[in-house]
Write a protein that binds this ligand. Structure first.
Ligand SMILES: *[C@@H]1O[C@H](CO)[C@@H](O)[C@H](O)[C@H]1NC(C)=O
Ligand SMILES: *[C@@H]1O[C@H](CO)[C@@H](O)[C@H](O)[C@H]1NC(C)=O
Length: 371
């Protein structure tokens, strides 16, 4: 039995080597973005490329859609195949990038039976260990993002399962992988002090996946796939959503706070102690059936504001404003959902935040406010 299983795995490993299509390079321009480069590295059975693109090590299986796993049928979101990373298994691909440019990586993953599953995504010396144990969709598939700065023009992008499970069949599944360029740091648009307050810059969202992209927690000193913003949590995430599949308050993207108080969206800005600032933002729902009394807590310096929003789950938003006096040279603007919420299918959801701006309240306005 064990032998038969292993023979099967070996056969599947060979398929992985020849079954991965060559990277497709394309440029996209839409109404709100400057052209950016996106590349999709797709695993495909039918298309045999001239040369294999993914290298594998360890126990990697090629899984077809409809594969039965402990009475659970796995549907692969895109195409017909995905790979499973067993204990300590890695898939990696050498990719050409532009030195000193910033990139976000998006990939779809499904956890299987292991506890506390994680994936270690790395490019050369940079890595991120992404917690994938919480499932945010009813299909079991979620898309995750991670960002890096290219230190060389050719780098290895690796996805590694650091797991050590007794049952090697318990490794996570990986389907699509794409990379997208991000604008350089300190790039701000409009008259606001915040960077990317409208969330128009962010990780690539696969056109055929309706569930957005999760932005996992990150250390303070690493690159963010959501430029300007840090996601602070131990294991929880925020969800990056687009207007093609969700209701967003403005522009084409927003952030859905899907993890209650366990996860905060944070940006640090330079401020002048004693000066007053106005933080304005939209709170709404993503039109994805997240019904109920949603609320967002916002913090800046010593000021706090709870914005309640009654959601019918069909989209909509309201504006809120928090005026605060800075107490230091740097001020953290923090948002989180006040509560956990669930849709009728049992998946986690929450309020969306969008269109965040921070401006200094000028002296005339202060006088007017005080009178
Ligand atoms: C993640 O992978 C990188 C690159 O292979 C490695 O240097 C790092 O130690 C790994 N981290 C963990 C926590 O497994
Ligand atoms: C702010 O920065 C200035 C100059 O860098 C420094 O002298 C001052 O002590 C700082 N103030 C606070 C409150 O951090």
């Amino acid at each position: 039995m064990v032998l038969a299983k292993c023979t099967l795995c070996l056969a599947l490993v060979v398929v992985v080597l020849v079954g991965v299509a060559a990277p497709v390079v394309f440029s996209v321009t839409d109404g709100e973005h400057s052209p950016s480069t996106k590349r999709q590295l797709r695993a495909r059975a039918g298309q045999v490329p001239a040369e294999p693109n993914w290298e594998i090590s360890g126990f990697v299986e090629y899984i077809g859609s409809g594969h039965k796993e402990q009475d659970m049928i796995l549907a692969v979101p895109e195409g017909a195949y995905a790979v499973r990373l067993g204990n300590d298994a890695t898939i990696r691909q050498r990719i050409s990038v532009t030195r000193h440019m910033y990139y976000s990586v998006t990939f779809s993953a499904a956890r299987t039976c292991a506890q506390a599953e994680k994936l270690n995504v790395s490019v050369t010396l940079e890595f991120g260990v992404l917690p994938i144990q919480t499932v945010y969709t009813s299909t079991g598939w979620d898309s995750y993002s991670w960002a890096f700065k290219a230190e060389h023009s050719a780098v290895w992008l690796s996805i590694h399962n650091p797991g050590v499970e007794e049952d090697p069949a318990c490794g996570p599944l990986i389907d699509l992988v794409a990379i997208k360029t991000l604008p350089p740091p300190h790039h701000t648009r409009g008259g606001t002090m915040l960077r990317n307050g409208d969330f128009e810059e962010g990780p690539y969202i696969f056109a055929d996946t309706p569930w957005g992209v999760l932005v996992p927690p990150m250390d303070e000193d690493v690159h963010s796939p959501l430029p300007g913003w840090m996601v602070m949590s131990t294991t929880k995430v925020v969800k990056y959503v687009d207007s093609a599949r969700h209701a967003v308050p403005s522009g084409a993207h927003a952030v859905e706070m899907v993890a209650g108080r366990e996860c905060a969206l944070v940006q640090e800005v330079a401020t002048v102690p004693g000066r007053r600032y106005t933080l304005s933002f939209s709170v709404g729902d993503a039109g994805n059936g997240c019904i109920g009394s949603l609320a967002v807590d916002a913090y800046a310096a010593r000021a706090t504001l709870k914005v309640s929003y009654e959601s019918r789950g069909t989209g909509g938003h309201e504006r809120a404003e928090l005026v605060f006096a800075a107490v230091a040279n740097r001020t953290r603007v923090v948002f989180h959902s006040s509560n956990h919420h669930m849709k009728s299918d049992g998946t986690l959801c929450g309020p969306v935040v969008d269109d965040v701006s921070l401006v200094s309240v000028d002296k005339h306005t202060v006088r007017r406010l005080l009178m």
